[in-house]
Design a binder for this molecule. Sequence first.
Ligand code: BES
Ligand code: ZN
Ligand code: ZN
Length: 493
Amino acid sequence: MTTPKLVTASKFTTFNKNTVYVIPVTTKSGKLVVGQSPIETSELATVDLASLGVSAELESMVRVPAPNGATYALVGIGSQPLSKHDLRNLGAASARKLATFKDVVFGFETLDSEDTAAILEGAALGTYAHNAYKGLSKGTEIKLQTATVISSHKPSAAAMNQIQILVESVNLTRDLVNMPGRDLYPETLAKAVQTAAKGSGVSVQIWADDRLAKEGLGGIIGVGQGSSRGPRLVKLEYKPKVGKKHLALVGKGITYDTGGLSLKPALNMLGMNFDMTGAASVAAATIAIAKLQLPIKVTTFLCIAENMPSGTAQRPNDVIKARNGVTIEVLNTDAEGRLVLADGLSLASEEKPDFIVDVATLTGAVQIALGSRYAGIMGDQAAVDAVRDAADEVGEYVWQLPLDKKLRTLIDSEIADIANVRMGNTTGGTIIGGLFLNEFVGNRAKGEDDNIKWAHMDIAATAHNEGAAYGVIPKGATGSYVRTLVALAKQLG
Ligand code: BES
Ligand code: ZN
Ligand code: ZN
């Protein structure tokens, strides 16, 4: 995956052949007009825009000839001033639609260097396409080599470097998540993360086989035991030169979720290679945080297994023991994410961090509750607030669900400390998942207080975009919330 080179130019000089110039269109006293632009637009003065189908509506685009064999792309910007999130999305959608050109030049007026950076970041995030598995047929063509914003408000070299690092980590996540389970399984996911972390300052440990048993990771072992391709625990550590705060991240890394012996129906199984999005996201965020040298310690646990049905698979009614000693009655082997996260959250808690954030494609129910554009977040209010602030900062969407403690009795077990599901229950599934995870944070299972602030992000609905691309979101793996996690680390540090 290559991204276009991102450039800023102080002013417009001349039209270049085969280059597309993006021009804003807005309404003024009810009339359609070409907006303020540093690009020469006098050619358009006599053009009847409306008759060409040009509109001021956001995301609309019409192309018309420009001087010197160049092209104008007339893009609707609505009638309100654009926020940096609007600009990022416009930059992304425009660059994606114009990706068959080699060069795209943005002629939006930017008010400051953050605006300029947002357009460039959008252009890079928006021109991702998953072509790795196209054989003889062509994929989505991305020919774009440069994206230029003409503005006197230039981002600093550090800001440009940050965009590069963020885009790389989002695209790393997308590439991993888009891989079929045939190629991406616990061993290869762990190795891919190790490779990506090289030179970033993140140290990587991979635990397999005996080590998992020695460490008492009963959840990861239980979920992984049905597959011929054994589970892994990956620990990533970034220690900054300065910075007192400590953030722990935990990711669900099910490389394929068949449901196990509680097998999913054929239709529900499709897409379950995306069930490792949490792990890919926290890994990519950790690497970005290290490359940006943010002043915060980060310890990250990837809980990786393939959930398969077989003669060695765990059974419904099995009882397993998580790392923190809590015993779990497995009533449904398809509620496996919480089993592997039980170990990950226990390990993270042992590090005594200030904050733990876990990221998981945990429940189909979150899509029923919130639709496909919001992640559900739950947990301690201070941590939830911090995640929400970070998401707001980067233009990603989260919504808090109440972790209602009264629902906890639903997953009482007759024979173990807790059950992984309430069989037959059809309501509040996302909250019940959150309540289950809560038992593995700090000493909460013993009813003791701890000083850890924890938030759980259920990204089951947002990991994958089944519809058409929009804004910075491509088809398939979205790479969402990597930028939120990096912003969170920035805020906490
Ligand atoms: N990986 C799924 C959750 C999921 C569903 C992600 C749809 C993306 C799209 C998870 O492991 C699962 O199967 N959860 C069950 C939980 C239930 C058994 C309590 C679910 O959502 O049905
Ligand atoms: Zn499942
Ligand atoms: Zn799953």
